[in-house]
Design a protein around this ligand. Structure first.
Ligand code: SF4
Length: 254
């Protein structure tokens, strides 16, 4: 493991390049078209969805609920090919009679070959694949978004973390100027007519109302007219730990 691999945000943290962190994380969690997973299960969100819990992300959000597989990807998970992962997703979907699938826990757009392999397998079935993403890789590469146009049963949920460079750097640990990438991703999704909606971690304990107003203005400027799913920061154990490590105090029980 390379020295300096970011684990979680501290008050004096040095901002990292999220695309570089994504690439070094891929070196740990991707092998050919395989990706590391820690679990497969069904959950009630989206009215019931079969979920694969993947390892690895390119951000270090202080409000992240994901377990320590995000911070220490070398220690968690085992590799699954797209076929093996799809088999697990399908088995749980059938058992629980749900019609949706996703990968969660880490950032699904890491390990591009794996994700596209999974989407290939989902295409032509009667399952809807919900692609949850932080939008960093999509914003950095329009070609990646274009590749989604061939899939008919996909819906993207892109989650914004900030409305300003300062907010982005403070809450994700990444270099502030790259906060624009998810907004670029939204432009590309609109242009390519991919079904999607935007979510935002706009909890007022984390995002000041002025920043929220900037975020809403930006969304309007780029032509986003659909609904905004505003997220609240819930006190999951790993969230409490990360918020505290970042030097903030937003939960009563902290
Ligand atoms: S909240 Fe999402 S984007 Fe942020 S670190 Fe966790 S998994 Fe990554």
């Amino acid at each position: 493991m390379k020295e300096g691999y970011p684990r979680h945000v501290k008050p004096d943290h040095k901002p990292f390049d999220p695309l570089q962190l994504g690439a070094s994380t891929e070196g740990i969690v991707c092998k050919d078209s395989m990706r590391k997973y820690t679990d497969f299960y069904c959950t009630g969100v989206y009215g019931g969805i079969s979920t694969g819990y993947v390892v690895g992300c390119c951000l270090r959000c202080i409000f992240c609920w994901v377990d320590f597989s995000r911070d220490y990807p070398e220690k968690f998970g085992r590799f699954y090919s797209p076929e093996n992962a799809f088999e697990q997703l399908l088995r749980n979907a059938k058992k629980n009679r749900v019609k949706k699938m996703r990968i969660s826990g880490g950032e699904p757009t890491l390990c591009r070959g794996h994700l596209l392999g999974l989407l290939d397998l989902t295409e032509g079935t009667d399952y809807l694949f919900i692609l949850e993403t932080n939008g960093m890789f999509f914003g950095a590469d329009e070609g990646y978004v274009k590749e989604l146009t061939k899939y008919t049963n996909i819906r993207v949920r892109i989650s914004l973390k900030a409305g300003t460079p300062e907010g982005f750097q403070r809450r994700t640990g990444a270099k502030g100027d790259l906060y624009k990438l998810p907004y670029k991703a939204i432009r590309y999704l609109i242009r390519e007519e991919i079904p999607f909606h935007v979510a935002a971690m706009s909890d007022q304990r984390l995002m000041p109302s002025e920043e929220r107003a900037v975020m809403l203005r930006k969304l309007k400027e780029i032509g986003y007219r659909d609904f905004l799913e505003e997220e609240a920061c819930d006190p999951y154990p790993h969230t409490i730990y990360r918020v505290k490590e970042a030097g903030l105090s937003i939960f009563n029980r902290q």
